[in-house]
Write a protein that binds this ligand. Structure first.
Ligand code: SAH
Length: 494
């Protein structure tokens, strides 16, 4: 049985513009064949086990020829694989999607196409240019500005000018002077508003607005490079009023997210929505301790404890894994009361149908220890080398406790060289720290001898900030230990 090939439009760059159907197809893929224009944030959504084939760039930096791509799709489908062919924008708009389907159709391979949001509309939109407006035009034309080597542009400029519609040129950066000249020669007014939107919908987006007469020169001065769309028409004049994307609070800022991979998603997405360029460098990973005799023993004697205290979502997950591995469920927790260090840990409990009976007002270890209602012993399940502030507070209050490590935090970053270069090459880099261990992971990843004076550590709480300061990292601290407050801190700081 042959597999299936799904041609998926990945949209123009912003990962939020991948369609739900496209995402579903991607999540189920066994093989993903992708090219240059697909953004890293979307590539990060590819399933870990899937075979990933980059046809946009080979070792020698040349793209794989089209007939070879067609062949790869056919071969993988014949192997019975579920193949996703991921393409920038919409696959059928100057994307050669049709060509890729021909060979499949010839061989009777089942296929599907999931349309994508095209850069022809989305890049202008993020630049504040609606491609049509009732007062400006009654048609939209999308044209390729691709010039075959040694040949003149094959565009009927006179016909285009007659339409009086909005013109959008793709693949037109190198032919921009000829395109503008062609339109001028065909009789379009030199003052017609025109714009170029480079790397549209990504944090690096730039819009250059000018007139038909001045656009080529302005774009050249600005050093505009592909990918960019060229827009010509009265609608371009609206950009000054409508450019919402350029005004996002974190536009132009780069933020590094150091949380473990499985927990970085929400923070990253929120920062991206605010316009930031987000680099995910998970500097720590959590490894459950298995076997964990101390946990077996404590769970045996759970009736001896009044409280079960959890100080991170990873601790909740480790507890749940233990329950499952022991063939038990939430009922095994009986009457023990649950304390969570903060709302994130509380939410993780909720995932398993459990409610935290106590969450301190300030979300850190010291406040958890100081505020936990007295009465009975406390079972603490947390990482090795958890903050001593919790147990010190309990001891001060004469509350008995057992402090059991159920997981280990490991510091690792396979891309540490890249991270160090980013740190040294970027002024004012913002690095988020959501726990003291992310600081330790970050420092061990880039090397303690790195120069931290150019970055700012955006810390979730006092203990995290103290750890960062130990390493000479300039810090700012959120007003509360929540993702909301951390995002607020980052937004305020710029
Ligand atoms: N199928 C794609 C277009 C492929 S042709 C789509 O529907 O968007 C490649 C051209 O698309 C580039 O030369 C550029 O003109 C345009 N393009 C693609 N991504 C872009 C982006 N993020 N910003 C601006 N233009 C982009």
């Amino acid at each position: 049985m042959p597999g299936k090939v799904t041609l998926v439009g990945a949209g123009p760059g912003d990962p939020g513009l991948l369609t739900r159907k496209g995402l579903k197809a991607l999540e189920r893929a066994e093989v993903v064949v992708y090219d240059r224009l697909v953004s890293p944030a979307i590539l990060a959504l590819m399933p870990e086990g899937a075979e990933k084939i980059n046809v946009g760039k080979q070792a020698a930096r040349h793209p794989v020829p089209q007939d070879q791509i067609n062949q790869i799709l056919l071969d993988k489908a014949l192997e019975g694989k579920n193949v996703v062919r991921l393409k920038g924008g919409d696959p059928f708009l100057f994307g050669r999607g049709g060509e890729e389907l021909e060979l499949l159709a010839e061989h009777g391979i089942p296929f599907e196409e999931v349309p994508g949001i095209t850069s022809a509309i989305a890049a202008p939109a993020y630049g504040g240019i609606p491609v049509t407006h009732r007062d400006c035009c009654s048609s939209l034309h999308i044209i390729t500005g691709h010039q075959r080597a040694g040949k003149a542009l094959d565009i009927d400029f006179e016909a285009l000018v007659r339409t009086k519609g909005t013109l959008v040129f793709l693949m037109g950066v190198s032919a921009l002077p000829q395109i503008c000249q062609g339109l001028l020669t065909a009789g379009m007014g030199p003052n017609m508003p025109a714009a170029v939107v480079e790397r549209g919908t990504t944090p690096a987006q730039r819009r250059i607005s000018a007139t038909l007469e001045t656009l080529a020169e302005r774009a050249e001065q600005a050093g505009v490079e592909s990918p960019a769309v060229i827009v010509v028409g009265k609608v371009c004049a609206l950009a000054e009023d409508f450019d919402w994307f350029d005004h996002l609070p974190l536009k132009g800022k780069t933020v590094v997210v150091t949380r473990p991979k499985e927990r970085s998603g929400t923070l990253s997405a929120r920062l991206r929505d605010l316009g930031a360029e987000v680099w995910e460098y998970p500097c720590i990973a959590t490894l459950p301790l298995d076997p964990c005799p101390a946990l077996d023993d404590a769970m045996e004697r759970l009736g001896d404890y009044e409280w079960l205290a959890l100080t991170s979502p990873a601790g909740v997950d480790a507890l749940w894994r233990w329950l499952e591995a022991s063939g038990k469920d939430a009922r095994a927790l009986g009457n023990v009361k649950l304390a969570a260090i903060g709302p994130g840990t509380g939410r993780e409990l909720k995932k398993y149908g459990l409610k935290a009976d106590y969450v301190p007002e300030v979300y850190d270890a010291a406040h958890l220890g100081a505020g936990l209602p007295a009465g009975g012993n406390v079972l603490i399940l947390r990482a090795e080398e958890g903050s001593p502030a919790l147990t010190e507070e309990l001891a001060r209050r004469n509350i008995g406790y057992d402090d059991i490590a159920t997981y280990r935090t490991v510091y690792e970053n396979p891309r540490s060289q890249e991270l160090r270069e980013a740190l040294e090459g970027t002024d004012g880099l913002l690095v988020t720290f959501t726990s003291a261990s992310t600081v330790k992971g970050f420092v061990s990843s880039v090397g303690a001898d790195a120069d931290f004076s150019n970055m700012v550590g955006m810390c979730i709480g006092a203990q995290t900030a103290a750890e960062a300061q130990k390493h000479g990292i300039p810090v700012k601290t959120a007003r509360a230990a929540t993702m909301d407050a951390l995002v607020e801190l980052i937004t305020e700081g710029v």
